[in-house]
Structures are given as C-alpha cells and as structure tokens.
Ligand binder design. Structure first.
Ligand SMILES: Cc1ncc(COP(=O)(O)O)c(C=O)c1O
Length: 1001
C-alpha cells in the first residue's frame, strides 16, 4: 500500500494532511485517515472496474437518509475542495479509481462487541424501521441491478446445494429453500422499495463504555442496497442479531417488536421474517461454500461461516411457531383466526357442556404458587411420595379444588423443565392450564364437540399418564384444541385418533396416581389456538419470560369450563408495586442490590427463587450458613414456637447447651458466652467488656472496617464514619492501614510484610497516648470483608496482638464474617493467624437467618464486667434463638460443611486463578474457603481500581442468575461468599459465567 501516494491525493483534492492506515474491506480499499488536526475519516478507494452508478447510489442514499433522519448514525460524506462528493483519478499504478471520503464513526463492530444486550438490539430495530421508512421515497436506477444478496432473487442457491458435503447440513439448506419457495409468491406481493440490504454484524457499530448504556453509533456500507420488500431488510439484520446470541428468540423478538413500534409491520410480514432470516443464512453459507471451492486454502472462509452453521444446526424451528412468537410479542392475533376463536369462546362462556357432573363455580381455588406455597420443599427434586401429596394442605370441599392458570410453581423439578445445564438456568414454571383436583375415576365430558388428535399413555415419572387432545372447529371454520392430562389410560381401549366426541359425551376418566404420572388425582385442562411447533407435546408450563407467547397461544381455558377468567387467573405479586411501596415506606438510604432488584419469594440451600420462580445461584449470602430453608432449622423452630419462647431471666437447658456447643469450638481459655441479637450489639458489648477490664477507652482498629450499625459500632467502623455524610472519627479511635498485601505499602513478595503491617499498630497507640488516651482494645474483622475481602499476611495478628497487649489493651476478633467453618481449613479466622483473641464476636451465620449475636470471652474478663450493672438483652438467648443457634452449629458438623467449604473453595480459587491468567483486568484473586475476592483493575501495571467494571460484572452475573457482591474502598472487588452448601455444579456455574462476562469486556 503506497500511503505516501494516497496522502498526496487527500491533500490535493480534500486539502487534508494526514497519516494513513489500512482497514478491512471485501473488494474495495478502505483507508483510515487521521488528519493533522486530529479528525478521523475513511477514504474509500473503489475497485478498478467499479461503476460510477454504484458509488453514486450509495452517496445519494446516505444524503437522502441524512436529510430525513439527521439523528441516525450514518457517515457524513466529505466533499472535495471543489464540492464533489466523489472523484475519479489514477492510482499509483495508473489504474482508474473512484474515491470518496466519509467521516469515521465511533464504536466497535457489532460482531466484536459480543454482549448479549437486548437494549442495543431494540435500538437497532427502531433504526432499521426509520431507515426503511426514509428509503421509501428514495429512487436510483442502480437499485434494480441483479444482486446475489437480494433476497427476492435468492433462489440461485438451489443449484449449488450439492456442493455442501455434510449430508445433514445439505438437508437443512434444502428445507430452507423449500420453505422460501413457498413464501416467494407472498413476498412478491409486498410493496417494493429501496433497502439497505446488508445490516450485518460487520456493518453495525456499537459505542459506549461499561458505565453508560451502549448505543448504536454507526450503520455502514450501503453497497448492497437494492429494490425489494422492506421486510427483507429486517430479516437480514435479524439473521445476524441471533447468531451466537445467548437468547436468540429474545433477540429476534426484541428486534422485531422495536421495529414494529417505529413502523408497524403487517401480519404477512411477521410470517415472512423467519423463512427470510434462514434463507439469508443459507445464501451466506452457500456463497462461502462456493468461495472456498475457488480458494480452498483460505481458512477464513470456513471460520466466518461457523456462526451461521451453529445457528442453523441448533435453532431450526417451525416457522409458524416463530411467526406466532413474533405476532404475540407485537400484540397481533397469535395465529390467523385466533381473535375469532376467542370471541366464540367468550360468547359461549356459561353454555358449554359441563366437563364434570357439577358446576365448577362452587369449587375453591388453591394456590401452589412460589409465593404462597412451600411445595415442594426441595425445588430441584419431587419424589413420588411428595408428588402424591401436592396440595394436601389445601382445605377443599369433598377433596375438590382447582389450581390456577398462569401460576408460577416450583413443582416442576425435572431437568426437562430447564433450559440450560445449571440448576439456576432458565426454568419453566408458569402453569398454562387449569387443574381440577378430585377423586380418581371421575367421569370427564367434552365441553364441545371435537375430534381426537392425540390419545396416548405417557408413563414417565411425573408426566401425564393418560392424555387426550381434541381438535374443535368453530362455525367460521377456525380450529382450536383442548388437552386433558393425568387421565386413566383405560380410555385407550375405546378411543382412537380421528374419533368424533359429541358435546357433553363422557370420553375419559381421572387417573389415580399409579396411572397419571404419579400425582394426586386431578385433571390438567389446557387450551391451544395452534399446534404447529408444539404438536403433541404441548408444554404444560411456560418460561416466565415468554408468557407473552404462552398466554396468547394457550390462553386461560376458563370459558370452556363456564368459569370467569378472574376466578382462575393467578395474579402474581407485582415487583414494580413492591418497589414503589418500599420507596414510600422506607428511608432512601436503605440500600437495594443490583440495577434490576430481585424479589425473593422462596429459597433452598444455595438457591433463591423470585416471584415467577426464576432460580438464582446464591453466591453472596453468608447468613444462610447451612443453606436456605434448612429442614432441621424449620422443624426445630416450629416445634419450639409451639412450646415456649422466653428470655434468660428463666432457666432452660438449651441456654447452656448452646453455650457449651459454642465453647466446644474454642480452647479452654474461653469459658463465658453472652447472647445478644446482632453483630452490632455483640461488638458494642465487646467494647464494654474490654473497657471494664482495662479501664481504658481508646480503640485501635483497621481503616475501612465495619462492625455494625449502632452508634458505638459506627464509631469503630471507618467504612461508615468516613463515608460521604458520615459522622467522622471520634478522638478515642485510631486507624491503621489494612493489611492488604496486594495494594498496601508492604507487598506479598516481602516475607516480612505481615510483621511490618502489624507494627503499624504502635504508631496508633502513640497517637492515642498523645491525646492522653490509653488503648483499651484492638478490634478487627479477622479477614476484612467490606474492605475488599482481604487475607492478612502470615504473622500479621501475632505482631498486632503482641504490641496491643504490651500497651495494656485487649484483642477483639470480629468473626461475624469469617467464623464457623467458612474458611474451610479453619473454624475461626484467628486460627489461621495462629493467635488467640481475648474476646470473640459471632453473628450473622450463627442463626442462619434468625437474629443472634454472641460474645465469647474468659471468665476473668467476664468477671470485670460483672462488677458493673446487671446485663440483660431481652431477646438475646431466647429459648428459640438458643435452639436455632445450637442446631446451626450441629448441622455444620453433621453435614461436613467446613470440609465442603474447603473443597469448594479450592475448586473456585483454582478456577478463578486460571481465568485471571487470561485477563489483564483481573489484578488479584484471593480467598480462603468460601471467602473470596477478585480485585479488578483498569491497568495491571498501575493497578488503578476499576469500579465500573466491577459494577458491570456484578450486574451481568445477576442477569445470568448468579448473585455476588462488590466491596473494597473503591468498590472494585467482587465478593463471592455463598452458603456453605454450595456444590461443584454451583462453583462451575460461577466460573463459566465469570469467564464469559470477562470476555464481553
Ligand atoms: C464484620 C461484621 N461485624 C458486624 C456486623 C454487624 O452485624 P449486624 O448487621 O448483625 O448487626 C457485620 C454486618 O455486616 C459485619 O460484617
């Protein structure tokens, strides 16, 4: 490339002095121009035989678009000094070339952007709609040239399908062509206009940092403009938006629905999108197969087609079903005639034949919802004995009751209900029919005349058992379908596909649990307006994020049961309302996690479930130490609530039993426990004990530490008193540096750094003494958590404790975060530091959600405190608290949770360190057991903290259904701190998504 030559051309025609570099381009040369006044352009040097009309069409189209939609990000065309939009000149080899210059747009190519952000896709949908609308009035003679990429001419690929060697791929492409030929007449009927024709992932630019909402900053390359129906433009863009997308259906519906808002689509266009989308990919793969035949040594050709093949091989779907999805997302009838069927059902409500021999209006409704029920206890497994009892707690007249339509439930536990490999993958939870519970063998009548289209016995565990689907025709000729599940399969002896069932005729009976899939006897009754794509295998429950489709395809069947919709429609709790109420009832500084907060209605071990039953892996909460909703805790708490719950003014053996269990985890130097209700209260008490014993008020503590929310606890929590609007530092507190061997003044490679950090305590003692204050105590979280999940270097606390004790102070270990086995190798953090504190504070995990705080110390210190006024905490040490606290400690032992923390912690740490090696943005990975921190940096030489990246990853992990937090003085440390029950699958899910999200940045 002779840059000097092109620099002179730029200077001569455009008056621009510049530096040049080459950009990519299929046929033409694209040169990046950086002018001396710091502007950037792209010089387009067209191929030698390029027609003037080709350039003229593009330039005129861009000018036309800019005049109608000046806000849209199309490139500005830079005129020459003499006012021309393009020129013709000779290149350095004497060949005639057409040249034009455009302003460079910011951003990266969509194909490199790689984030699955649906907002960007929506923005693209709006832009394409505006672009099409503007181009309606654009004409140019060159638009009607023959073009292999014009979808109206795409039939040319058919004669090349034999070049596809892989037989299954060949069949895929042949099927696409068959469908394309079917829709071609309809396509030809659509109005023709000018379209861009190539909005692919290389021609879309995306800009915006991690903090700002990303946005589309450019739409490039008008070289494939042509004359054809506008839906082709949308289908082409859609073909690239779905490639390698996490949720291709969501991406497609987001794009199309945004387009439809800006420029309404016709139902015919909705139905054309999928066949055109797949045809575009077929053209693309056939084209590159031809190219690789011409140039077999070019590996790039195969690589570039890989995403299209991946998509076609894994996402081939029924086009009518996709059309139904798109139509329902955009509020159109889900299928032709759906509106007529719905009106027919509405008019007939109240006059259909009774399905049972009694009026269903008198039956009670019972809820199995995520929010209102606790079925099943373990949302990942429903044993048959529990399935049989589902709903047995619902008080129903004569055993009859009905289950809601549109109700999110957790009883669908089999992996088949999951869309993904993880327990926290998307899960189908929302019931799409109405259930009628009653005794087995009850006769069932057809609500209207119908024809049997399915009659089967599905014998699998928790399947339907006997199932029948009837097809019904209404007077307008439109069809709809009803499904009857959990039947006694003996109907199979009499019924066969094709049989007509008269309205009101008995055609089957309710199955018992031996024949109905294993459930308590009930009928699952469901309606569908179309069966394409679901055929015999209707989902009985839908993904909560796809209810726009399922509510339209399988609407509430209440009308056919002569019931009002309002009686049978489940109304889930509304998150937005809860959020609004929260804002109105509570203070503004009550914090809430994540950009998109989570409404939690159920939990089990290390998983949470929201109001729609969406599962989340809980990798953040240390309070449910032995796992959420632990059956032993449930049982012991319920039993004790029935007996007595009172305070320590009365005797009860559980009080000392709990104390003895705690003391069994300490050396013999600890003999006394105090029971309170929270970590804050425990820290307050610890300060009082130390002061009573030493008669000194001064406290030395760590910078950025946190010990609770009470007045005294805030005074020793630099994280709070030094925060914006904080109360500031009191004169009896002195701070020392965090023992952070990654960011602190002494580093990990210094073998003496623990002692050096520990020595800093002496200066703090001296500062107190300079104020005539003596040190009463040193208090620290053994491993500082809010300060960034710090693991102090070896020898640190040994040095601190020695110096504090020399100055007459006591040493308090706040083990609220680190105690009770979380660290795996050690039951308490101070054991890792090979020290023994004078006072230890325990909190959060010890109650597994029940409010308990404990202070443990020696008899000698307790006696000093006992010289003062009576100690009493109303709820501390209540009978219930002691029962729960002791049970928690026993569960940790019985279930080997400390060992699990060790093994899972090692698995996680090893995986995180491997990921760290791949990304310069990960400055440090540190942790022990299930106490883990990932320090994110902008630059791995300066190690500047990257808070934006940390926030981005935390929220993207949440979007991926994994809950983690962020900490550190600059909020740049990801915090992973799951319940101790986390298993290998959970750890692997964290690693999988963490690496995937790191790849997005
Ligand atoms: C180390 C530490 N100490 C004390 C507390 C205060 O505990 P509580 O919120 O139970 O009062 C916390 C709470 O986050 C903590 O992390």
């Amino acid at each position: 490339m002779n840059f000097v030559f092109w620099q002179s051309i730029l200077e001569k025609y455009w008056g621009i002095s510049s530096k040049l570099s080459l950009l990519d381009g299929e046929f033409d040369l694209n040169i990046l121009v950086r002018s001396t006044d710091d502007k950037q352009y792209v010089l387009k040097i067209m191929r030698e035989d390029c027609l003037q009309d080709f350039v003229d069409m593009q330039i005129q189209a861009i000018s036309h678009l800019k005049s109608i939609e000046p806000e849209l990000p199309f490139p500005d065309i830079i005129e020459t000094i003499s006012g021309n939009k393009f020129i013709q000149c000779e290149d350095n080899l004497g060949r005639t070339r057409l040249l034009w210059l455009i302003k460079k747009l910011p951003g990266q190519k969509y194909v490199e952007y790689k984030r699955n952000n649906l907002n960007v896709v929506k923005e693209l949908g709006h832009m394409i709609a505006k672009c099409d609308r503007s181009l309606e009035s654009f004409e140019h003679g060159f638009l009607t040239r023959s073009l292999k990429w014009n979808l109206i001419e795409a039939g040319w690929v058919e004669k090349h399908t034999d070049l596809i060697e892989d037989p299954s791929r060949k069949v895929i492409v042949q099927n696409i062509i068959k469908e394309y030929k079917n829709i071609l007449p309809k396509l030809r009927e659509q109005p023709f206009q000018a379209i861009h024709g190539d909005i692919n992932d290389h021609n879309i630019l995306v800009a915006g940092g991690l903090k700002d909402q990303p946005y589309i900053s450019g739409i490039l390359d008008f070289g494939d403009m042509c004359h054809c129906p506008r839906v082709c433009n949308l289908a082409i863009a859609a073909a690239y938006v779905v490639l390698d997308h996490d949720q291709p259906e969501a991406a497609l519906t987001s794009l199309v629905s945004a387009y439809n808002i800006s420029s309404p689509l016709t139902v015919a266009e909705f139905d054309l999108i999928w066949p055109l989308l797949t045809m575009r990919l077929a053209v693309s793969v056939v084209n590159s197969t031809l190219m690789s035949n011409d140039d077999p040594d070019d590996p790039y050709i195969t690589v570039s087609q890989a995403p299209a093949w991946r998509f076609l091989e894994h996402n081939f779907q029924n086009s009518k079903f996709i059309a139904a999805r798109l139509r329902s997302k955009c509020g159109k009838p889900v299928v032709e005639g759906a509106d007529r069927v719905l009106s027919y059902l509405e008019e007939g409500r109240g006059s259909f034949a009774q399905i049972f021999d009694f009026d269903l209006n008198s039956l009670p409704m019972g809820s199995l919802s995520v929010e209102n029920s606790s079925w099943p206890q373990n949302p990942f497994s429903l044993p048959l004995d529990e399935a049989l009892k589902v709903g047995s707690d619902i008080i129903a007249k004569d055993g009859f009751w009905m289950g809601y339509y549109n109700e999110p439930r957790l009883i669908y536990t089999e992996p088949a209900f999951r869309n993904g490999p993880w327990k926290a993958s998307d899960r189908r939870t929302v019931h799409l029919g109405i259930d009628i519970f009653g005794p087995a063998h009850l006769k069932i009548r057809a609500p209207i005349e119908g024809k049997v289209v399915v009659a089967e016995n599905r014998k699998q565990h928790l399947d339907y058992g006997g199932v029948i689907i009837l097809e019904h025709e209404i007077p307008s000729g439109d069809l709809f379908y009803t499904l009857y599940g959990h039947l006694d399969p003996k109907f199979l002896k009499e019924l066969k596909v094709g049989d007509k069932i008269q309205s009101g005729a008995v055609f089957c009976t309710l199955g018992d649990n031996k024949h109905n899939g294993g459930w308590a006897p009930h009928l699952h009754f469901q309606l569908a307006l179309m069966t394409d794509g679901i055929e015999k295998d209707w989902p009985g429950v839908g993904d909560p994020d796809e209810m726009y489709l399922w509510n339209a395809l399988c609407p509430n069947p209440a009308a056919l049961l002569n019931l009002p919709d309002s009686m049978t429609n489940y109304e889930p709790v509304l998150k937005d309302q809860v959020l609004r109420d929260r804002k109105s009832c509570f203070s503004n500084n009550l914090s809430i996690s994540y950009n998109d907060p989570i409404l939690v209605t159920r939990a089990w071990k290390h998983h949470l479930f929201d109001e729609w039953g969406r599962p989340y892996l809980d990798a953040y909460n240390n309070v449910p130490h032995v796992g959420h909703s632990h059956p032993r805790i449930q049982e012991i708490a319920a039993k004790q609530m029935k007996r007595v719950n009172t305070n320590t003014r009365y005797l009860h053996p559980i009080q000392t039993a709990f104390a003895k269990k705690i003391l069994s985890k300490f050396t013999k130097n600890f003999d006394v426990c105090f029971f309170v209700n929270s970590g804050s209260e425990a820290n307050e008490l610890a300060l009082r004990l130390a002061r009573a014993h030493t008669k000194s008020k001064g406290i030395v503590t760590l910078d950025h530490g946190y010990h609770g929310n009470t007045t005294g606890a805030i005074d020793i929590s630099a994280y709070k008193f030094n925060a914006r609007g904080g109360v500031g530092q009191v004169d009896w507190v002195e701070l020392i540096d965090l023992p952070d061997d990654f960011r602190g003044k002494f580093k990990r490679d210094d073998t003496d750094c623990g002692r050096k950090f520990g020595n800093l305590v002496n200066a703090a003692i001296e500062r107190l003494e300079a104020k005539q204050k003596k040190v009463g105590a040193f208090i620290a979280e053994t491993f500082p958590s809010v300060a960034g999940q710090i693991i102090p270097p070896n020898g640190y606390l040994k040095e601190v404790y020695k110096n504090i004790r020399n100055a007459g102070g006591l040493c308090i270990a706040d083990e609220v975060q680190t105690g009770l086995g979380r660290l795996g190798k050690h039951y308490f953090g101070f054991e890792q530091q090979e020290v023994e504190p004078d006072i230890v504070v325990l909190g959060k995990p010890i109650g597994n959600g029940h409010p308990i705080g404990v202070v443990v110390t020696s008899r000698e210190i307790a006696d000093s405190f006992a010289d003062g006024p009576e100690f009493f905490s109303t709820f501390g040490g209540s009978t219930l608290s002691c029962m729960i606290g002791k049970e928690v400690l026993e569960i940790v032992d019985d279930e080997g949770l400390q060992e699990n923390a060790k093994q899972m912690g090692e698995r996680l740490l090893t995986g995180l360190r491997e990921i760290k090696n791949k990304f310069h943005q990960i400055g440090d990975v540190r942790g022990m057991g299930l106490f883990m921190g990932i320090d994110l940096v902008k630059n791995n030489i300066t190690q500047d903290e990257d808070k934006d990246l940390c926030t981005y990853i935390k929220n993207r992990m949440r979007d991926s259904r994994i809950l983690i937090g962020s900490e550190g003085p600059k909020d740049n440390v990801l915090k992973i701190r799951p319940p101790l029950t986390i298993d290998a699958e959970g750890v692997d899910m964290i690693l999988h998504y963490f690496e995937k999200i790191m790849n997005e940045v």
